[in-house]
Design a protein around this ligand. Structure first.
Ligand code: IMP
Length: 388
């Protein structure tokens, strides 16, 4: 008989953080946002570390070389998409690795003690798939890629375990993540297969219609909490920390803080980055301001069949939509604001580091009524005279 998980599947909107005691030496300027991207023994330094816990999605509409350079300069990392020839993806990696990073600026933590290589060449990641990894990974490694991520809408599979094991055997020095998963068993499966990090999220992306099409998915908050608990148990058992990435469904800036408080080591976002100048979509004028194109990898526009296990080589039905997001200007400026909010939230929660944040965070569920009532604009708009 099928197993029914009685716990309700919850999303970020259903939670709020409670303030904790803040000590005088904890201020936004001193908050340290460094976070590991790759597995490491507890107490040791990971091979790849981010200065801010942000990565951009493995999507054609999002992670261009320009965006990757801008995000790396601000302390994060982009994963360049793999839904193209190996040669084209390698060229994109080369475009990022061939620029001078200069000093890391903007949103990056003042604590950044970067390694020399980080300071001269921006960090960049690449998405890979379980179909052509034997050819694609060697070419990306030659191009100097800093991290890989197997990109699948369902990473809990033997194909992905085999592919991870192959990469770890031939390229042990390049961190390789796996995913996506939504529960603790799947985390352990990928961690034991050698994943350097595990990405969480099925069905929650802003452009995603997987839940409608296939009836598969889990509320992102429940998924992150479950996987983070498994990550902690694995760490306790093995002495190895395998970072967790919360991917998709982050709609408001504060959702990033919630994901990190619930246990994610870093987040991945598509919609958020798609609005910036550096993203791939065209910028269009509308009556209400500018928008940028944003389309899912499972849409007919992207046709990323490698990500969706629909059998054969093609996309039989769509799992994503093609749409628009509000134009958000320059990545550096937008990200600095999001990071400023994150630092302030962490200070309210009395945390100077992300590890402290997730170990001491207190979260409360909000009722539908208190959620509706908590938005100033609801009451104020109702009371405002019409503006012409
Ligand atoms: P967002 O930040 O909410 O826009 O979600 C971005 C994430 O959605 C990506 O990192 C992918 O994991 C996922 N994704 C990308 N394209 C599709 C799609 O077409 N269908 C379902 N999920 C998608």
């Amino acid at each position: 008989m099928a197993q029914i998980i009685t716990e309700v599947s919850r999303t970020f909107n259903e939670f709020l953080l409670l303030p904790n005691r803040t000590r005088t030496d904890c201020s936004p300027a001193t908050v340290d946002l460094r976070t590991p991207l790759s597995r490491h023994a507890v107490g040791e330094r990971p091979a790849v570390e981010l200065r801010v816990p942000f990565t951009s999605a493995i999507m054609q509409a999002v992670s261009t070389p320009e965006l990757a350079i801008a995000l790396a300069r601000n302390g994060g990392l982009s994963f360049l998409h793999h839904n193209r020839s190996i040669q084209d993806q390698v060229a994109a990696v080369g475009q990022v690795k061939n620029v001078e990073a200069g000093a890391v600026t903007g949103a990056a933590t003042p604590h950044s003690d970067a390694r020399p290589d980080d300071m001269t060449r921006p960090l960049v990641g690449a998405g890979v798939n379980t179909h052509d990894y034997r050819e694609r990974v060697p070419a990306l490694a030659d191009a100097g890629v800093d991290a890989l991520c197997f990109d699948s809408s369902d990473g809990y599979s033997d194909w992905q375990a085999e592919a991870l094991a192959w990469v770890k055997k031939h390229y042990p020095e390049i961190p390789a993540g796996g995913g996506n998963v939504v529960d603790g068993d799947a985390f352990v499966f990928l961690a034991e297969a050698g994943a350097d990090f595990v990405k969480v999220g099925v069905g929650g992306g802003s452009i995603c219609i997987t839940r409608d099409q296939k009836g598969i998915g889990r509320g992102q908050a429940s998924a992150v909490l479950d996987v983070a608990a498994a990550r902690d148990a694995y760490r306790e058992r093995t002495g190895v920390h395998v970072p967790v990435c919360s991917d998709g469904g982050l709609v408001h800036d504060y959702h990033v803080a919630l994901a990190l408080a619930m246990g994610a080591d870093f987040v991945m976002m598509g919609r958020y980055f798609a609005g910036f100048d550096q993203a791939a979509g065209a910028k269009l004028a509308t009556r209400d301001g500018f928008v940028k194109e944003y389309w899912g990898e499972g849409s007919n526009r992207a046709r990323n069949w490698q990500r969706y296990g629909q059998g054969g080589q093609g996309l039989l039905f769509e799992e994503g939509v093609d749409g628009y997001v509000p134009y958000a200007g320059d990545l550096g400026e937008g990200l600095a604001l999001t990071v400023a909010k994150l630092r302030t939230t962490m200070v309210s929660c009395g945390s100077a580091t992300l590890e402290e944040f997730r170990s001491s965070a207190r979260l409360t569920l909000v009722s539908d009524q208190s959620f509706q009532g908590s938005h100033a604009n609801v009451a104020l708009r109702a009371a405002s005279p019409a503006v012409h």
